[in-house]
Design a protein around this ligand. Structure first.
Ligand SMILES: *Cc1c(COP(=O)(O)O)cnc(C)c1O
Length: 375
């Protein structure tokens, strides 16, 4: 059996090696390292794939979130509602811009933002909601958009973990996650479902005016060379990274299917264990692209299992071990522990198993056997 890895970027590289190497060579020859043809071509290919009018590449997923909030003109004092159970980048940029993060609880099954909790957190200062499609599964966007429309709020989808997922609306229509709210953001960090070989990110929007504003913000607030109309940032995707992403994009659906198949196999082998809650797919299969495969361990033995798996050379991770509302940087007197019942439990229960496009059945059998023997 091959050595088990949490993420296997090397194995995936083998499949696109020629294309990546040739494109790298081309970029090196023509030296258009910034804003070269690779970046422009990737941008339009991603627009086509997502079915969105505008993709604006930037330097990373955290920048994308910050630029989204700048683009919407959010001002200090404005409140932005997001989840307590996510990677810190989401809340970090809210705080950095002097906005007020308002953290809310997630649903226990989907790990995603709870529309009821959003409703309860709205005040006259609320300006935006940031749902995170956590672990690769779409949040309840019917619920989020309904509340946003009712209260006239912006929606920024943090799609860093779910690129390629579909959301099925109640009316039967389907859209890619990240293209539903006013702005979607993503990260091309190497381990993400569509990852480059360094840092990268992008924003998506169907709003032409907003797209124009954002294109200026990523480039020092310039709409005309050396005319700085707004305060901007320097946030670019470079041509070498775009070349990797162009090689991977045509394979994204196949990559996501490989992840889904691995998840299916995991769940088949673990479902009968009453101390384990396998991930719940809320709705159709294609709403989940399994950035992570996170189990809930219900008998209090999560930490022991973690150590046991490590001793058997099975890597695993805890996403996330501490709720954001309990982090020193994001404490706020307005929070009550009772408002975060689900996050407070999930942080003690979740454990993520190896998940990537190169997992083999033999490896999954070994991992699940080891878990079932222990739990
Ligand atoms: C990875 C990630 C980000 C940040 O992306 P970077 O490219 O690392 O800046 C933001 N939000 C979520 C949910 C993520 O998983």
């Amino acid at each position: 059996m091959k050595k088990i890895q949490m993420v296997d970027l090397k194995g995936q590289y083998e499949g696109i090696k020629n294309q990546v190497n040739n494109s790298f060579q081309e970029v090196l020859e023509n030296t258009s390292f910034i804003n070269g043809p690779e970046v422009h071509n990737f941008q339009s290919e991603l627009e086509k794939y997502l079915g969105v009018n505008h993709v604006i590449p930037c330097a990373n997923g955290t920048d994308a979130l910050q630029i989204a909030m700048m683009g919407l003109g959010l001002k200090p004092g404005d409140e932005v509602i997001t989840v307590d159970f996510t990677f810190a980048a989401t809340v970090e940029v809210i705080a950095l811009l002097g906005l007020t993060p308002v953290l809310v609880d997630v649903e226990k099954d989907s790990f995603n933002i709870d529309p009821v909790a959003i409703k309860n957190a709205i005040t006259p200062k609320t300006k935006a909601i940031v749902p995170v499609h956590l672990f690769g599964q779409s949040a309840n966007m019917d619920g989020v958009m309904e509340i946003a429309n009712e209260h006239n709020l912006y929606v920024i989808e943090d799609n860093a973990q779910a690129i390629g997922a579909n959301y099925h609306f109640k009316d039967g229509s389907i859209k890619k996650t990240g293209t539903i709210g006013h702005i979607g953001t993503t990260s091309f960090f190497p381990s993400k479902n569509l990852g480059c070989y360094g840092d990268g990110g992008a924003l998506f929007t169907n709003d032409e005016k907003l797209a124009h504003t954002i294109r200026g913000i990523v480039n020092h607030g310039m709409y005309e060379r050396y005319h700085h109309d707004v305060v901007g940032v320097n946030s670019r995707l470079d041509s070498l990274q775009a070349a990797v992403l162009r090689a991977k994009l045509p394979n994204l659906d196949a990559y996501n299917n490989a992840r889904r198949n691995a998840a299916k196999l995991y769940s088949e082998k673990l479902r009968r264990n009453k101390n384990i809650q396998a991930p719940t797919i809320v709705g159709d299969d294609d709403t989940h692209v399994f950035h992570q495969y996170s189990l809930r361990i219900l008998n209090g033995k999560r930490d022991e299992l973690l150590k046991h798996l490590q001793s058997k050379d099975i890597p695993c991770g805890i996403y996330y071990p501490i709720p954001l509302h309990s982090q020193k940087a994001y404490k706020d007197n307005r929070y009550n522990e009772g408002d975060f019942k689900n996050t407070n439990e999930l942080v003690k229960e979740v454990i993520a198993l190896p998940m990537h496009t190169e997992l083999e059945e033999e490896q999954i059998n070994y991992i699940t056997q080891t878990i079932n023997d222990f739990i």
